[in-house]
Design a protein around this ligand. Sequence first.
Ligand SMILES: NC(=O)c1ccc[n+]([C@@H]2O[C@H](COP(=O)([O-])OP(=O)(O)OC[C@H]3O[C@@H](n4cnc5c(N)ncnc54)[C@H](O)[C@@H]3O)[C@@H](O)[C@H]2O)c1
Length: 249
Amino acid sequence: MRLANKVAMVTGAGSGIGKGIAIRFAEEGADVVIADVNLEGAQATAREVEVLGRKSLAIKTDVASSASVEQMIRATVDKFGKVDILVNNAGIFIQKPLQETTEEDWDRIININLKGVFLCTKAAVSHMLKQGKGKIINIASIAGEVGYLNSSAYCASKGGVIALTKELALELASKKINVNAIGPGAIETTMTKDMLANPEVKEALLRTIPYGRIGQPGDIANAALYLASDESDYVNGATLFVDGGWLTQ
Ligand SMILES: NC(=O)c1ccc[n+]([C@@H]2O[C@H](COP(=O)([O-])OP(=O)(O)OC[C@H]3O[C@@H](n4cnc5c(N)ncnc54)[C@H](O)[C@@H]3O)[C@@H](O)[C@H]2O)c1
């Protein structure tokens, strides 16, 4: 059990990658807080965590709202007394050319994907500092490292997450709080469902993945498990790309 007696908080864990991470962490002994704007999704994940014999807390949270994030942290500490691991996973994707991207689209993406990481991290770190240890894992994207067509706001948000990860790692390393990121490639989730349902788009995507298959939430969950465990104590500020080799080209 690589996460025995740990309390992990995973945002956006009502579906996809976050759900995969919550379940993988529970398999390794963690109790898991599942924070999502979609309460029903969060509750479904919580039931799966409990089937594995771990405790869970499903809480409706909007990561872009400081009041909502404060409430999430309060509920976590009330129930579990601490927070050892935070996975900043909640995110949205809007694909539009620059000229069709509205100011509202831009603000929404940046507020959820980037400001949300800042708000959740700030709130969790206030408890991790008292505990003298912590692990923060930010879900970025290959689109934070290279351009992904017609997604200016998304690319900016994920590039911001990678830069923020480095700064937070620097600021918190001496407090024994590790901050790292994961950069997923194309992963089969609700976010990519429509894209992957189109055979031509799927074929085109597969041609860009040297490993020859679309990624699964479990691929990301295994990387998150390493970054959440004591095995990665000397890893800080890194972005681990889990992309089937996409970025090698
Ligand atoms: N699927 C991919 O190919 C892929 C690739 C690279 C990066 N990512 C990143 O992985 C993360 C998870 O994406 P996914 O593919 O699992 O998508 P998903 O849509 O399946 O899951 C995202 C979850 O986040 C929740 N969410 C959305 N806005 C929220 C908010 N304001 N507050 C709290 N929760 C909110 C949604 O309700 C949903 O449950 C995202 O940050 C995404 O950008 C995904």
